[in-house]
Design a protein around this ligand. Structure first.
Ligand SMILES: [Zn+2]
Length: 173
């Protein structure tokens, strides 16, 4: 009996597959691979950032940023108006949902106001816009990367030569 060769195992972990990311209320669907991900979550976090960077089969970069929140409020909380939150039922809350420390809603309230995740995504043909989107500027105009953005780029650089070269070698004009 002839043994089967399995060339796919050579590309294990790099296989292209269908992904979905959200940008506001729209969903981007594509075939590609995940280059890297990072999160600012720490033990006890109630709000944090999650980054994911993908490369599509056509070579485009898709950067996804999700601002996650597990906080929920009662109707009287000033943050409900400020964030424009919509009412929901306690049953719809995330498993790890936490009451706001200001308004102290209880799990017995029929109506609560959960904060929603904020989804943002960017599609680009080149790696430069990925870095541009991740850089922040301090009050003096100096460019810097947050720790969570830096971790994303470090990981993605291991899986993509273009990200690696523009991340590690910076041209100073
Ligand atoms: Zn509140």
């Amino acid at each position: 009996m002839k043994t089967q060769t399995t060339p796919t195992t050579l590309r294990r972990g790099k296989k292209s597959q269908m992904h979905e990311v959200k940008d506001g209320s729209r969903t981007l669907q594509f075939n590609g691979r995940l280059l890297g991900e990072s999160s600012s979550w720490r033990r006890g976090s109630t709000r944090w950032i999650e980054f994911k960077l993908y490369k599509t089969e056509n070579g485009s970069y898709i950067l996804s940023r999700v601002g996650v929140s597990i906080v929920f409020h009662s109707a009287i909380c000033p943050l409900v108006k400020r964030y424009g939150l919509k009412e929901g039922s306690v049953d719809e809350l995330k498993n790890d949902a936490l009451p706001c420390e200001e308004c102290n809603p209880t799990y017995h309230m029929p109506i609560v106001f959960p904060e929603t995740d904020r989804n943002w995504a960017q599609v680009s043909d080149d790696p430069e816009p990925v870095l541009d989107a991740l850089y922040k500027y301090d009050a003096g105009g100096a460019r810097y990367l947050t720790n969570v953005a830096q971790r994303l780029l470090e990981r993605a650089a291991l899986n993509d030569e273009k990200i690696d070269s523009i991340y590690r070698i910076e041209m100073i004009p």
